[in-house]
Design a protein around this ligand. Structure first.
Ligand SMILES: Nc1ncnc2c1ncn2[C@@H]1O[C@H](COP(=O)(O)OP(=O)(O)OP(=O)(O)O)[C@@H](O)[C@H]1O
Length: 635
């Protein structure tokens, strides 16, 4: 695929309606799109048992090699009928379960810090598929940070001054992070000082590392004392060796399987060269595979709620009695998706005493239910940190709204894809049927597409994400199952083939979807097909566009708030309604809402506490590395 800039893409965008009128005259491959990939029956039509048997056989072969320190991976590429070279990500091949990805396996004799293993290091950090910081990191770093509640945190300006464990500093360097993002600048000291935390920041602004870095760093200094005993990974044979009960120190709960495996990947990186052993459990993949991983010991557990509760009910397999930290990621989705009972059970630590647990909640949007959950479960003095308005987006995503009648959507889609330079593109639809239909349509036109929705088998789900990540299939059609959290390099175009209606996520869902592009300082384009069926979203959509000075198409100008002049109006006067209930409840200064544009619980420093963090730091890409770590780790 050709290299191109987002500006090229934006300039190439057809004007409204024009997209429906041009028929493709060339094949996708003549236009520069990759060849389409056929469904892989060799992998998907096998039962789990068949694959497990073949893996057992291939493992016998693998055991002959040097597998001392790195977990033995069970790769479909070793299966005799697999012809799938070239689609590996982080050592995993199509057909592999993400929960079996290699982790650093600690040996007692390592002392305090484990040695480096170049092959594993390459898998964890060297992948070309990781998102790299883009040139316009400044647009993220300059967003004002607000603190609410009784505690005020002094942000750090660099990783070096955050009091991190030296191994964590090394791992941050290996990951290529030079300066903390605003949310990280606040969460690092907050965790270091032992506070519970609610954090809200834009999509793609590094929230995962904002909890992983400080928590894992703290645990690194204490792991020997706190962690449960575990077997020697080099000699462990599942089903034969003595299994241990998993007793994690950190539990991370998130709403989707894809997000869980992605957080697992990030955790594997930051646990490198330490005794902290991460594991990942999620629905849809075979329980025995995950049990085998837990049986080797688990200090950091990443989980989706259903599978987690299933395991909590088996206390000989999993116990939360050692738990020190619990993170609820995508907190507002967790409270909104019928997981009330599960969340209650999880947040109360199974049957354990929760007094030793620090709770952290993260999301890019925070609804009232999530805030209520925080107020109920978190310590009274928990920190509330918010980067910009809760639910806002940033300038690095160019948002285009195009009028397309429902009957013309398919044609508009192919015209759009054929009118722009080929680029990794996510297409969101609202239903599973719609997802299959659009996938079939594009596939039959020889587009290199894949798709994901909740009725697909877990193996299909993992492989479609993997082939999108590697750009074997640079077009991914998805239902909202993939709207949140997915962090895939070079996704430069998000298309809302259907817009989310207000009764199905509304503007918050829109914001999460478009946030799959324009991550961590990179630019991206979000094109949305709009017609009269989407009018319930129109008003909020227009305010969202105005907030980052996007162009308002003619058919939406009526919805511009009275008196507001696009490009000139004060965006802080735009009234976003979604959080207003909290202001009334807090009994506070609702003028803060006007100033903060729908801030959550707007009583405190929402105006006065605003802190333009990025303005005075190395946020513009300056190298903020320092020589010392500040020495506060492991205390
Ligand atoms: N300080 C940093 N410097 C460079 N890259 C970073 C930094 N922090 C995080 N990243 C990278 O930025 C990308 C986006 O981070 P992450 O997925 O945590 O975003 P997020 O805020 O959780 O987004 P979302 O709300 O969509 O889930 C990741 O690839 C991550 O590795």
């Amino acid at each position: 695929m050709s290299a191109w800039a987002t500006e090229d893409l934006a300039n190439a965008l057809p004007a409204a309606n024009e997209a429906t009128s041009t028929a493709p005259t060339r094949t996708p491959q003549e236009h520069g799109w990759a060849e389409k990939q056929n469904y892989n029956y060799a992998v998907y039509n096998k039962s789990n048992k068949e694959i497990a048997d073949q893996r057992a056989a291939s493992k016998q072969t693998a055991l002959g090699g040097d597998t001392d320190h790195v977990a033995i991976r069970e790769s479909a590429s070793e299966l005799p009928d697999s012809q799938l070279a070239g689609d590996a990500v982080g050592g995993l091949q199509p057909g592999d379960w993400s929960s079996n990805a290699a982790v650093y396996e600690w040996q007692e004799e390592f002392g305090d810090v484990g040695p480096r293993f170049p092959e594993l290091e390459q898998q964890l950090f060297g992948s070309e598929f990781h998102v790299k910081m883009g040139l316009d990191f400044k647009n993220i770093a300059e967003i004002s940070v607000y603190q609410e509640g009784v505690v005020r945190i002094q942000p750090v300006l660099s990783f070096a001054e955050a009091g991190l464990h030296p191994v964590m500093l090394d791992n941050i360097k290996l990951a290529g992070y030079r300066v903390p993002t605003p949310i990280q600048a606040y969460t690092m000291p907050a965790v270091h000082q032992g506070y519970d935390l609610v954090a809200c920041a834009q999509t793609g602004s590094g929230k995962t590392a904002a909890f992983l870095i400080p928590i894992l760093s703290k645990l690194m200094g204490k792991a020997k004392k706190l962690a449960a005993p575990r077997p020697n990974p080099a000699t462990f044979i599942p089903g034969v060796s003595q299994a241990v009960r998993a007793e994690p120190l950190l539990l991370i709960v998130c709403p989707t399987r894809e997000l869980a495996t992605q957080i697992f990947d990030e955790t594997r990186r930051f646990c490198y060269r330490t005794m902290l052993r991460p594991c990942c459990i999620y629905g849809g993949s075979p329980i025995p595979e995950q049990l085998n991983q837990l049986a080797k010991g688990c200090d950091v557990l990443i989980a989706t709620p259903g599978r987690l509760c299933d395991f909590i009910d088996r206390p000989h397999i999993l116990s939360l009695n050692r738990l020190r930290y619990m993170v609820i990621d995508e907190a507002d989705e967790m409270v909104g998706a019928d997981w009330d009972q599960e969340l209650k059970k999880i947040m109360s630590g199974g049957d354990q005493n929760t007094s030793q647990i620090k709770y952290l909640m993260f999301s890019a949007t925070f609804n009232k239910a999530a805030r209520d959950l925080a107020n109920h479960h978190l310590a009274m003095d928990h920190c509330k940190i918010r980067v910009g308005r809760a639910g806002s987006t940033h300038k690095n995503i160019k948002q285009d709204i195009v009028w397309v009648e429902s009957s013309q959507k398919k044609k508009a889609l192919i015209d759009l894809l054929m009118s722009l330079p080929p680029a990794r593109t996510m297409i969101f639809v609202n239903s599973k049927r719609g997802c299959d239909e659009v996938d079939d349509y594009l596939f039959n036109l020889n587009m290199p597409c894949t798709s994901i929705h909740s009725d697909r088998t877990q193996r299909e789900r993992e492989d479609s994400i993997r082939s999108f990540r590697t750009a074997r299939c640079p077009i991914l059609i998805a239902t909202p199952v993939a709207a949140r959290g997915l962090d895939i390099a070079n996704v430069v175009h998000v298309i809302n083939y259907d817009l989310p209606s207000n009764s199905h996520g509304g503007i918050e869902e829109y914001m999460h979807r478009i946030g799959r592009t324009g991550r961590i300082g990179n630019h991206g384009l979000a094109t949305s097909f709009y017609n009269e069926r989407d009018s319930d979203l129109g008003e909020m959509l227009v305010k969202t566009l105005l907030e980052t000075n996007q162009e308002i198409p003619d058919f939406l100008t009526d919805l511009i708030p009275e008196g507001f002049v696009p490009g000139q109006g004060d965006v802080s006067t735009l009234k976003f309604e979604m959080d207003s209930d909290d202001e009334a409840e807090a009994g506070g200064d609702t003028s803060a809402d006007a100033a903060g544009g729908g801030a959550w619980g707007a009583t405190t420093g929402a105006t006065g506490g605003g802190d333009a963090w990025g303005a005075n730091t190395g946020a513009t890409g300056g190298d903020a590395w320092g020589a010392t770590s500040g020495g506060g780790w492991g205390a």
